[in-house]
Ligand binder design. Sequence first.
Ligand code: HEM
Length: 191
Amino acid sequence: MYGLISQALEDYVRRGFGERAWNEVRGRAGFGEEDLFVSMESYPDELTFRLVQAATEVLHQSAAQVLEAFGEHWVLYTAQEGYGEMLSMFGTSLQEFLVNLDNLHSHVALTFPDLRPPSFEVERIPGAAQSLLLHYRSERTGLAPMVVGLLRGLGKRFSQEIRVQRLERGAADDHDVFRIDIIETTGAPRG
Ligand code: HEM
């Protein structure tokens, strides 16, 4: 995955747990101080997953906890790293944004040519205007908890209080589905 992801993970650990925690995560994952991730460079997924694994050990959290918290942080991080305008371009509400997510990643792919993005599909629930099903497809496994965090982060960004539920996955299902209920919209979206 692109270095931007690892940099965001570093930022999450540093801000939340301090420099020392990050140094330990980096060390346990087998990287030295001089090993820097470049945001626009693509690395084997295994390197990114090594960082996540090390973070679970250092922070005493499960992989699901780390990925969920990281997903929430990602929304803030990308906004700070110059992608805020892009986030604003693709919707003014969570619902609209989710419908446009694949377009967002296609747009990202213009500058990240080796991008292997996930794909999202919104399914309306008849009779439930404030609820929707989100289908998430990825060539990677294990990242569904990150999607839960991403959705929470987006809810905050759009000032929408939401409930997110990952639906039970049957043996025959080839992808994850999330149910999102919009409880309340409290204000204007953050710019
Ligand atoms: C402007 C904001 C964003 C940028 C610049 C961005 C960029 C990226 C990049 C570079 C990757 C790594 C993929 C690779 O290297 O092959 C990625 C993965 C991913 N992105 Fe985005 N993204 C953005 C917003 C979002 C949002 C809002 C979501 C919300 C659901 C999202 C969902 C994901 C997921 C789940 C992955 C993990 C890869 C996978 O599932 O296979 N992204 N994105």
